[in-house]
Design a protein around this ligand. Structure first.
Ligand code: DON
Length: 578
């Protein structure tokens, strides 16, 4: 009796705190101005680039205007992002690219980082087998062998129309050489991480100044310009061999990191078959392992398909409950079964099998939350910074690219390659350091995602292209760690189920559940008060968060025009088209 009363009281205290949070969040001040003119919601006649920085989107459009296709534009945009968006855009990280050519050909490029050859399963555990908190997140031991430059070269070799590698690098070189005005979010983060930059590097790096960075300050990166020049001249060899490789290895030795010359030389991208699944009259083309994103997204869509969400109503308790129950099951599957398929037999076909998914939802009760298995306690932090970066592109011929790349957390490991001028990732944290112990994003893994030399750490990045009735319809993706998958899902559902125009679909507040911890994370105003109470009464736990994931998307409209949309959650998102 007392227990029941206590639980109710606890719920209503939670509920009151949550409501206050929502009111405060709703009152938050509008983002500061930018040194650039930002457009986040535009219609183009034939081409569109949506990226996380206005200068990067402009570089993409410049390449399209010069006769490049969507892949050329994506490559140039990625290199530009490595300069103007250094906390996520990178040459020292990795990522995934999904391509759909105008003739319907599809491809998925995996240029994810790999564990160095001397990495081993328990490398982040102390003598009591406890995970050493920061080791996989900051400093030289956190760094996986970078894949980005090899990825860009592979995309170029397979799909470039321009066939001029140097031309794709040149805008980035100029931006690094001559400098550019930093935006407010960049200034804020450069100031925030100053201490870590000092801890992980010797002084004199371009990212550390005497005073505080301010919006509009010029960031010049001479060392990075020289590195980009080497890549421009020698292709991927300008990174994985010669001077740049020497600089990386010297940096590793200085800080006790593991990456060797051989690790760099041996790095190879993987062309994979994209995951392609049907949802009503849509076809979803997305990323297979080593990302979990495509499997999870496809599972979610198939599990949700039988339920009349539109009839339930947008973010009604019933529709949130249905989606959450699917998410709970999918993230539980993720933690057990997903990892690098070159190292672990990931049962992709079984996970996407219609009968399996039906059985998986068979214990779903429309009126009551299923409690997540309480094994292992997810320790989900509020992810307030979004350090990955996504770009969506469609060119005049109708070729489409969705590309997501990352250093993992802000500025990755915070290690800057001395003399090379670029940050190295901290992607090793995406491995499961120990079964049942959550990573930064609260994600739990086991054997499938255990560390092994040369293995790729499991990702949540979900670059995705959707066809409608066999034609290109939507290009979408986002940064946001574990919330990427559910944000991409909700953007698609908002368009195809709730009939929203793309700008509303991206702006609409989101919610997220990832099995453990057993709670629904909810953006302000995502679920109204009455429906929230119904969800609590069903047995769900709700937790307010300020924002989740930053979608960048392009939709092909019925008249063939392109609707480009950046996420209003981020002042730097910029859609540019013509
Ligand atoms: O690959 C992944 O899933 C993560 N390293 C992505 C990190 C991310 O999105 C950071 N932003 N919140």
């Amino acid at each position: 009796m007392f227990n029941k009363y206590y639980t109710k009281m606890k719920r209503s205290i939670f509920f009151s705190i949550f409501s206050i949070f929502l009111i405060l969040s709703a009152c938050r001040t509008k983002p500061d101005k930018s040194p650039y003119t930002i457009t986040q919601n535009i219609i183009g006649d034939s081409c569109m680039v949506v990226a996380e920085h206005p200068l990067a989107s402009k570089v993409g459009v410049k390449i399209l205007k010069a006769g490049g296709n969507a892949i050329d534009a994506a490559i140039a945009t990625q290199f530009a992002l490595a300069v103007v968006h250094p906390r996520a855009g990178n040459i020292g990280g990795g990522g995934f690219m999904v391509v759909r050519m105008a003739d319907g050909e599809t491809a998925a490029l995996d240029y994810r980082e790999e564990a160095p050859s001397s990495a081993y399963r328990d490398m982040y555990l102390d003598s009591t087998e406890t995970v050493i908190e920061l080791l996989s997140k900051e400093g030289h031991l956190a760094v996986g062998v970078p894949g980005t430059v090899a990825g860009m070269e592979a995309a170029f070799q397979k799909f470039s129309q321009l066939k001029n590698w140097g031309q794709l690098l040149e805008p980035a070189i100029q931006l690094a050489e001559n400098g550019f005005k930093i935006t407010q979010p960049e200034a804020t983060r450069l100031n925030k991480y100053k201490k870590q930059f000092f801890q992980q590097n010797e002084t004199g790096v371009p990212f550390v100044i005497k005073g505080q960075w301010e919006m509009g300050d010029l960031l010049v990166q001479k060392d990075l310009a020289a590195t980009l020049r080497r890549i421009s001249e020698h292709g991927a060899k300008g990174f994985y061999e010669g001077e740049t490789a020497d600089l990386i290895v010297t940096e590793m030795k200085r800080g006790g990191g593991l990456i060797t010359k051989e690790d760099l030389q041996n790095y190879e991208v993987r062309w994979r078959d994209p995951i392609i699944s049907e949802y009503k009259n849509y076809r979803v083309i997305t990323m297979p392992p080593s990302s979990s994103g495509g499997v999870a997204l496809s599972q979610l869509l198939k599990m949700i398909e039988p339920f009349p969400l539109a009839q339930y109503g947008f973010h009604s308790a019933k529709s949130v409950h249905t989606i959450v129950e699917a998410e709970r099951r999918v993230y539980a599957d993720r933690s057990k079964f997903l990892g690098d398929s070159d190292f672990y037999p990931v049962p992709v076909d079984s996970l996407l099998d219609d009968d399996y998914l039906k059985i998986r939802m068979a214990d779903f009760d429309i009126s009551e939350a299923t409690l997540s298995d309480s094994m292992g306690s997810g320790n989900f932090k509020d992810v307030e910074s979004f350090e990955t970066t996504h770009t969506s592109i469609v060119d005049a011929a109708g070729n489409a690219v969705a590309v997501t790349t990352t250093l993992n957390l802000n500025y990755g490991s915070k290690v800057i390659v001395a003399g090379g001028g670029f940050f190295l990732n901290d992607e090793m944290d995406d491995f499961s350091a120990k079964p049942g112990v959550p990573n930064y994003f609260g994600l739990i893994g086991a054997e499938a995602n255990a560390i092994e030399p040369g293995k790729r750490m499991l990702s949540s990045m979900t670059p995705t292209i959707v066809e409608k009735d066999d034609d290109l319809f939507l290009v979408v993706g986002a940064p946001g760690g574990s919330t990427i998958i559910t944000a991409v899902l909700q953007t698609i559902l908002n368009v195809v189920e709730y009939g929203m125009p793309l700008d509303e679909a991206v702006e609409a507040p989101r919610f997220h559940h990832q099995w453990l911890p057993d709670q629904i994370k909810v953006e302000p105003t995502a679920i109204d008060t009455v429906e929230r109470q119904i969800l609590w009464d069903m047995g769900h736990q709700l937790k307010g968060v300020s924002r989740m994931a930053l979608i960048k998307a392009v939709q092909v409209l019925p008249d063939g025009k392109l609707h480009g949309v950046g996420d209003p959650r981020n002042v730097d998102d910029h859609a540019e088209g013509y």
